[in-house]
Design a binder for this molecule. Structure first.
Ligand code: LLP
Length: 436
């Protein structure tokens, strides 16, 4: 990631702090976040979309599921972003960070009554409704509180996009949203309009995650804008806002090309204008919900190498298995989605020849893989620090205590200073939950 550099000594530093300092002070494994880099990415999205869509107003919601902590919520909010939450836990963190309710959005396909009520109590800026029964539940909860709930209707456009089937969300046969094609979206809109306790802010579409082509978003945008125009004809209400979701792909490996926020904003703005002109409707306000694109490249994971052993691979050639002191409990994406990462020795330079290697964890299954394929120097050895870049998103946020391994902490580095923003768990933390 941007703030990572190799010192003359051969050691890596993150935002000016050598990795040996980080490992010495905070232990390994540890997630390291470069605050300036994260903030710059937040600004890049806000600036590009604001510029391209002016005079429409733009709201960028940071998708907290990618990684949320009090510090991160404050950083992105200070950069002019709002916070998207999908559970009571994420909402609680955003509120604890002091984010005003009006700058928080609430998602979820199966919100509990307690979550809905808490969102209303906090005065969230929007609740994104995901089903017909939920329209009634939010309206009833608003009635009980004597408030009007601002809602968006989550629609599915049929656009199938994203890095893996489990993270693409707008095709028909999956749990999210209300289908435009099947008429469910319009039904939900009618249901919202029929309840005076609900204020219909607009329509929401999220097509998937780790999407690398802008076109998938423009196709989805067209379909949402057409629905908006149909609703205006049927109900006489032209909704003011369209949320085009998140899902912007990042580079995990050298040579991969991330989706560029300026290019994406320009293409989306052009599409929105063109389609609205065709349909004879005003251009709506636009919101987006990037998570990964803001936090993934700003983070890396530091591990300490333990056992190293050569293994005869299925193709007959040798492969070096390099075990680290974490694994699928802190890095589930390779096992869950076949996600590819890379790794490098962080504590020193090496002139040893590269050998085909696989970075694996300490868990008791063979799918416990951190990096499937990487060339590491042949002299990689126990005690070396290994850095895996671009782990800021869906790493800590999806971490588990598998094998009763305490979850790593998160350290933020800025201006040559490091501080823990999530403390490392201890064995005591793990034991504390066990009531015997
Ligand atoms: N908005 C909604 C409604 C979402 O469901 C998501 C992600 C986002 C925004 C943010 O997407 P992003 O910009 O971060 O791609 N655990 C998976 C990703 C799951 C994404 C779920 N929803 C992974 O590790 O790839």
């Amino acid at each position: 990631s941007a703030g990572v550099a190799r010192r003359a000594t051969g050691e890596l530093e993150v935002a000016g702090v050598p990795v040996s300092d980080l490992a010495g002070r905070f232990g390994t494994p540890v997630y390291v976040l470069d605050e300036a880099d994260l903030r710059a990415r937040a600004r890049a999205y806000r600036d590009a979309f604001t510029r391209e869509l002016a005079p429409s107003s733009v709201h960028v919601y940071y998708a907290g599921k990618a990684f949320l902590s009090i510090a991160v919520a404050r950083w992105v909010h200070a950069e002019g972003l709002r916070i998207d939450t999908a559970t009571g836990g994420e909402l609680a963190v955003a509120l604890r960070a002091g984010i005003p309710g009006a700058d928080i959005g609430m998602h979820g396909n199966n919100k509990s009554d307690a979550e809905i009520d808490r969102a209303l109590a906090a005065g969230v800026g929007r609740i994104v409704v995901d089903s017909l029964p939920e329209v009634a539940r939010v309206a009833d909860a608003a009635a009980r509180r004597g408030v009007r709930a601002p809602v968006m209707v989550r629609v599915t456009t049929g656009v199938h996009a994203g890095g893996h089937e489990y993270i693409s969300t707008a095709h028909e046969d999956q749990k999210f949203g209300l289908s435009i094609a099947a008429g469910r979206a319009e039904e939900a809109v009618a249901a919202v309009l029929a309840r005076p306790e609900l204020e219909l802010l607009g329509l929401h579409s999220h097509i998937g995650s780790q999407v690398l082509e802008a076109e998938a978003f423009t196709v989805a945008a067209r379909s949402v804008l057409e629905l908006r125009a149909r609703i205006a004809e049927t109900h006489g209400v032209l909704v003011g806002e369209v949320d085009l979701g998140g899902g912007y792909g990042v580079a995990y490996l050298p040579g991969e090309v991330p989706l560029d926020p300026a290019m994406l904003a320009a293409e989306l703005a052009r599409t929105v204008r063109e389609v609205c002109a065709e349909l004879g409707t005003d251009v709506p306000d636009v919101s987006i919900e990037p998570g990964r694109a803001i936090v993934a490249p700003a983070g890396c994971t530091l591990y300490t190498v333990g056992t190293v052993k050569p293994v005869r691979a299925t193709d007959g050639a040798d492969r070096l298995y390099v075990s680290v002191d974490g694994g699928m409990s802190d890095s589930i994406r390779p096992a869950l989605y076949g996600a590819a990462y890379t790794a490098t020795i962080a504590s020193r330079a090496s002139a040893a020849p590269p050998v085909r290697s696989r970075v694996v964890g300490k868990h008791c299954e063979s799918g416990d893989i951190v990096v499937h394929d990487v060339d590491l120097p042949a002299d990689v050895a126990a005690g070396d620090l290994l850095a895996v870049p671009a782990t800021g998103a869906y790493g800590r946020s999806m971490a588990s205590q598998y094998n009763l391994v305490p979850r790593p902490g998160v350290v933020a580095v800025a201006g040559g200073e490091a501080r823990a923003v999530i403390r490392r768990e201890t064995e005591e933390d793990v034991l504390a939950l066990d009531l015997g």
